[in-house]
Ligand binder design. Structure first.
Ligand SMILES: O=C(O)CCC(=O)C(=O)O
Ligand SMILES: [Fe+2]
Length: 333
């Protein structure tokens, strides 16, 4: 009897796993993000196959970030970049009134919300939508469309880094509810201010108001407490990855990150679009020119709550929006 019991217990004992899928279950300590390189068939169809989609979803759960390379044609980025660099220089010329986040080297800057600059591969990228839908559920809500520009230092000034922070500087669910789709308009490198990212900090005890200093709306809100930064560095430190032009970076809104100094002479623009879960009651709306209405209404992947305004009004107001943590990404009751 005893022998039988021992044998069956042995049979039930977990076997030492050796497969790749098992390895994936252990938390990674790599500081570099996972980069998915879609096949030419996946690029043609605008859909990742099962294996790459699994990898993207797993990276978002485990690391809070995934990079997908080669999904946007460079010419779709270049025209928008030329315009946004001109706009960034205009904003910089506003001096102390410029819309900066944490320090004057990092501008909050919307793209022009008009048909001439709207490429579907940039703003409604099908692979980005497939991944955010896979994680958040059908028809994520797109209610924020802006950008962050790391400016070359002005003469006589030292470029500054942002404090490590989370953009989720409000009470929020402890499970995924919002993803930021970042589109770099040029290649990002440590020299031009590639965003510093702290993988794996989007969940558990590392996430929530308890890890943050500052109140929502302060320029310093969302800042991660210093002792936690030191502790986390021992486990899984930060990195400033090189991101190839044409990539998208999808990041859990809760992840710790920081805008970094741009030591080059070229403005570094990164678009930032937030997809909220379909059930998440964020009341924000986009403001878009009427000439985009048919483009937006002919797609069915995202909910896009928008105020439609005349082209002239759209052009007049897009450089005059909120910044810092003046946006409210929270949800209503
Ligand atoms: O520009 C960047 O790389 C990041 C900016 C950022 O995180 C912010 O302004 O909240
Ligand atoms: Fe941020």
């Amino acid at each position: 009897m005893a022998t039988l019991l021992r044998q069956s217990a042995f049979r039930l004992a977990p076997r030492l796993p050796t497969t790749a899928s098992h390895k994936a279950r252990f938390a990674s300590t790599s500081t570099s993000p996972v980069t998915i390189k879609p096949s030419s068939q996946e690029l043609r169809s605008g859909r990742l196959g099962e294996r790459n989609l699994e990898q993207a979803i797993r990276s978002l759960h485990d690391d809070g970030l995934v990079v997908v390379s080669n999904v946007i044609a460079h010419e779709h980025l270049d025209r928008l970049n030329t315009r946004m660099v001109q706009d960034a220089r205009k904003l910089q010329a506003m001096g102390k009134d410029m819309p900066f986040n944490y320090n004057p080297g990092n501008l909050q800057q919307d793209p022009p919300p008009i048909r001439d600059y709207f490429e579907n591969t940039v703003f409604l990228n099908p692979i980005a939508n497939q991944i955010t839908t896979g994680l958040l559920g059908p028809k994520p809500k797109w209610t924020f469309c802006s950008g962050n520009s790391a400016m070359p230092p002005e003469p006589g000034r030292q470029p500054q880094r942002q404090p490590v922070h989370t953009d989720a500087d409000f009470a929020h669910p402890s499970h995924p509810f919002a993803l930021v789709v970042n589109v770099p308009l040029i290649e990002f490198t440590p020299a031009n201010g590639s965003t510093e990212v702290w993988l794996g900090t989007h969940r558990g005890e590392l996430s929530g108001l308890g890890v943050q200093d500052g109140q929502h709306g302060d320029r310093a809100s969302g800042k991660i407490k210093q002792p936690l930064l030191e502790q986390r560095s021992q486990v899984r430190g930060p990195s400033q990855p090189v991101i190839e032009k044409g990539s998208i970076v999808i990041r859990d809104l809760r992840l710790w990150h920081a805008g970094m100094p741009n030591t080059t002479e070229e403005v570094r623009v990164m678009l930032a679009m937030i997809h909220f879960a379909p059930w998440y009651r964020n009341p924000m709306r986009l403001e878009l020119a009427e000439d985009l209405q048919s483009v937006i209404e002919s797609q069915g992947e995202l909910q896009v709550p928008a105020n439609w305004v005349g082209r002239d009004q759209a052009v007049q107001s897009y450089l005059n929006r909120g910044f810092g943590n003046s946006y409210d990404f929270g949800q209503v009751e």
